[in-house]
Design a binder for this molecule. Structure first.
Ligand SMILES: NC(=O)c1ccc[n+]([C@@H]2O[C@H](COP(=O)([O-])OP(=O)(O)OC[C@H]3O[C@@H](n4cnc5c(N)ncnc54)[C@H](O)[C@@H]3O)[C@@H](O)[C@H]2O)c1
Length: 257
């Protein structure tokens, strides 16, 4: 129960196969009270909050669009009013499209930048303001990606936003450490979440087998693998870690290159 007494928020937490659910459950298993948020899958978000309450922790679900600053400010306000001052913010919401570079639409650009980069900024800034206001030490963890270290075809906008999240996390880490807020990001490898359901390289069992061959630990990541990494970054043991990228990819990046 390394995080007993801590109040946490996880965005993009609803979907039952998603990384956010793994993060939320790992934080709750470590003793934190966890607010879950998402723009969709509200039934699954409410179920997750109920699951966390079954674990003995307080929880709530709040619908919010992270690309909308007003939504994010209201989200943080609701969490603090209901659960108490925020200690941990996990900015995990994200989205992806697979499109050849010369065919990327304005709508796709706006959606991906809005959720992945503007969303990370909105959640990071609102969380930092709340933590500074309550004069509490805090932890902010972004979900970036292995895209921080390598490119993939037909994912230019997604990759650019994830590299943007890396820059955001590093700049925030420098500015916020003096007031006790540590900022890091995790880099999941392949998780079989709904985000990947449209991935052209993961449509068949043969596709999946070929992907597994590229991973030194030969399996996809479970969402909870990502959650355990987040718990570490939010723990006392990580009290001297900030501006860091913790890749949780089964060795995919080092195995590929
Ligand atoms: N699945 C992978 O292999 C993988 C690998 C690396 C990084 N990631 C990142 O992990 C994070 C979680 O993705 P996932 O794979 O669990 O997929 P997911 O689709 O299950 O989770 C993403 C969640 O974000 C929500 N969301 C999208 N736009 C939003 C918005 N504007 N406001 C609020 N919520 C919004 C979605 O509704 C969804 O529930 C994302 O940031 C993604 O980029 C995923």
């Amino acid at each position: 129960m390394r995080l007993q007494g801590k109040i946490a928020l996880v965005t993009g937490a609803s979907h039952e196969r998603g990384i956010g659910r793994g993060i939320a459950l790992a934080l709750a298993q470590a003793g934190a009270d966890v607010a879950c948020s998402d723009i969709g899958f509200e039934d699954q978000g409410e179920q997750l909050a109920a699951l966390i309450r079954d674990l003995g922790q307080r929880s709530m679900f709040v619908r919010a669009d992270v690309s909308d600053r007003t939504d994010v400010d209201e989200l943080i306000e609701q969490v603090e009013t209901t659960l108490g001052p925020l200690d941990i913010a996990c900015s995990n919401a994200g989205t992806a499209d697979w499109e050849a570079f010369h065919e990327i639409s304005d709508a796709s650009l706006e959606k991906i930048v809005g959720a992945n980069l503007t969303g990370a900024f909105n959640v990071g800034q609102a969380a930092a303001r709340a933590m500074a206001r309550s004069e509490r030490d805090g932890r902010i963890v972004f979900t970036s990606s292995v895209h921080v270290q390598m490119g993939f075809p037909s994912m230019a906008v997604y990759g650019a936003t994830k590299q943007g999240v890396r820059a955001l996390a590093e700049h925030m880490a420098i500015e916020l450490a003096p007031i006790g807020i540590l900022v890091n990001h995790i880099g999941p490898g392949w998780v079989k979440s709904q985000l990947n359901d449209n991935s052209p390289g993961l449509q068949t069992e043969e596709d999946e087998a070929a992907t597994i061959e590229l991973i030194p630990i030969p399996r996809p990541s479970e969402a909870i693998d990502q959650g355990h990494a987040v718990v570490y970054l939010c723990s006392e043991e990580a009290g001297y870690v900030t501006g860091e990228f913790l890749r949780v990819d089964g060795g995919f990046v080092v195995g590929k290159y």
